[in-house]
Design a binder for this molecule. Structure first.
Ligand SMILES: [Zn+2]
Length: 200
């Protein structure tokens, strides 16, 4: 396969199907003869090192990593396609790492959460930069959206959701609540511009 080296990104809100789209794309490259590795940050210790991720019936092996150094250790330079799911939970150096793979002639496919629950670009774990940098550097950008699930009087809104609302104990989350909550009593819902609410 003679496809040019490039960085392609899938950005989207939660529930937009972006992880499913990532799996679909790397599986497609694999069928075309490319060697693939797919990495995902481990947010807690629930998962073993290798895990079969399944989204809407699509399956493939995923290598879970604790941080960017862990990813670099597990990365095999001979692969054709580097897939990364949710790099917003890693350090900012993940962007350079994806580009270095491209500079060596590879394809990097990345699926990321663009914005946090306050509708700001997601900041990397080390505090340097945010997810907008991926857009600046990508060759191909796909933007996926969920549909707004806000309940109107007798229906559900259904407009395209460009934002996600976070609830803690059924109330809109306070802006000072932690960016990443693991195991907290929280919930998220896709929201359109009209139905996204700021805390007050
Ligand atoms: Zn709505």
């Amino acid at each position: 396969m003679n496809i040019a080296a490039h960085l392609e990104i899938i950005i989207g809100t939660m529930f937009s199907g972006k992880s499913t789209e990532l799996i679909r794309r790397v599986n497609r490259y694999e069928v075309a003869g490319k060697k693939v590795q797919l990495f995902k940050p481990m947010l807690d210790d629930r998962y073993s090192v290798d895990h079969v991720a399944s989204h809407d019936g699509l399956k493939r092996n995923v290598t879970y990593v604790k941080d960017l150094d862990d990813l670099k250790r597990k990365y095999e330079p001979s692969i054709g396609v580097l897939g990364v799911d949710e790099p917003q939970f890693l350090e900012s150096g993940i962007i350079d790492f994806c580009e270095e793979h491209v500079q060596r002639g590879g394809i990097s496919v990345v699926s990321l959460l663009l914005k946090d629950f306050l509708d700001n670009y997601f900041k990397f774990k080390d505090g340097h930069g945010d997810t907008s940098e991926f857009i600046r550097r990508a060759d191909h950008v796909t933007y996926l959206k969920a549909l707004c699930t806000y309940k109107t009087q007798d229906d559900i809104c259904g407009n395209e959701a460009t934002r996600v609302q976070r609830f803690i104990d059924d109330a809109v989350a306070h802006p000072d609540s932690p960016l990443v909550m693991v195991g907290g009593k929280e919930a998220y819902a896709p929201r359109c511009r009209e139905h996204f609410k700021f805390y007050r």
